[in-house]
Design a protein around this ligand. Structure first.
Ligand code: UDP
Ligand code: MG
Length: 320
């Protein structure tokens, strides 16, 4: 029987401290799994325009280990681009996505592979059971984000889902068929469907180096997710419009009756200012929402490539 190929995609941005540790863990996993199953491995390191020695380390590993491939971007294009590039260059019957910082325990891959022997399953994904070790404010915002997006989007976005997962070829092919430039993977993985089973594990601290996410960066990422997977905010203007029209109708009636009964003394400058500010504020808010979608549509129509490869030995995968 022909051995099955497992591709592991690892996006790396400034991971010079973590990458050697990651490679050690990968090597141990490879040895362990190859002793138990007829499998081969392909490790695809995607250097996302790192400013440290990540590229040197990745190229070095690729030179000494035939199972290691690498790609290096012309600049930092973001993790989403790294994931996309990895998937496009993965040749495996199974493709896994993993962070370089060992927050996604490589040992779990064996269990995922075992689970995928079940023909009814297409993917095993992971989620964090807890948000331990994270700043409380960040956890709170994250929880609110998942609540909100699941309410306003048809695509289910699992709370605490990590990008760490193992997928069968057919699911990867489907993901690659999505042509959008603004990619929000958490949504895309869910949107393509297929049968996914979830594993949870406790939050693990980074093995080395530092997180690339600032609080503000996460906020913008959350906004991207909402704009990419829901159009519900666009209806906000309609709801406000209807609401204000109703209130205005009631106010008109009240004023007519009041004028008839008590006459018409001039008053109400402060309340008028309040109303003007309120209505103007709501209008601006709604225009802002429309602007967000317009901006995304604008960027999408440019059809800019998600990344440029400057250097590397990984080959693009072409479907037969
Ligand atoms: N990463 C990347 N490009 C970026 C930012 C991050 O490829 O612009 C990679 C990073 O090297 C790591 C993974 O994405 O392998 C997750 O990043 P990080 O650990 O900083 O995120 P966190 O685990 O804190 O959510
Ligand atoms: Mg991490």
């Amino acid at each position: 029987m022909k051995p099955e190929l497992i591709s592991i995609v690892v996006p790396c941005y400034n991971e010079q401290e973590a990458l050697p540790l990651y490679y050690k863990a990968f090597d141990a996993l490879r040895r362990k799994m190859q002793a138990a199953y007829p499998v081969e491995f392909e490790l695809i390191l995607v250097d996302d325009g790192s400013r440290d020695d990540t590229l040197k380390i990745a190229a070095g590993l690729a030179g000494q280990d035939g199972d290691v491939k690498y790609l290096s971007f012309s600049r930092n294009f973001g993790k989403e681009a790294g994931i996309l590039a990895g998937l496009q260059h993965a040749h495996g019957d199974y493709v896994a996505m993993m962070d370089a910082d060992l927050q996604d325990p490589p040992e779990l891959l064996e269990q995922m592979y075992q689970m995928l022997q079940n023909p009814d399953l297409d993917c095993v994904a992971t989620r964090r059971a807890t948000r331990k070790g994270e700043p409380p404010l960040r956890s709170w915002f994250a929880r609110m984000f998942y609540k909100l997006i699941n309410k306003i989007s048809d695509t289910e976005i699992v709370d605490g889902a990590r990008d760490y997962r193992l997928m069968k070829r057919r699911m990867v092919d489907s993901i690659l068929e999505l042509q959008e430039v603004n990619r929000f993977s958490k949504g895309i993985f869910s949107w393509v469907g297929y049968r996914t089973e979830w594993l949870s594990y406790d939050n693990i601290e980074r093995a080395a180096g530092q997180t690339k996410w600032s609080f503000w960066g996460l906020m913008l990422y959350a906004l991207d997710g909402i704009v990419a997977f829901s159009t519900a905010p666009l209806s906000v203007a309609m709801v406000f419009g209807l609401l204000f029209a109703l209130v205005a109708m009631v106010m008109i009636l009240v004023i007519i009756v009041k004028t008839l009964v008590f006459g018409d003394p001039v008053a109400g400058y402060p309340s008028m200012m309040c109303v003007i500010f309120l209505v103007a504020g709501v209008q601006m808010f709604c225009i802002g929402i429309i602007g967000q979608y317009l901006a995304k549509a604008y960027l999408e129509t440019k059809r800019r490539p998600s990344y440029f490869v400057r250097q590397g030995n990984a080959e693009k995968y072409h479907r037969e």
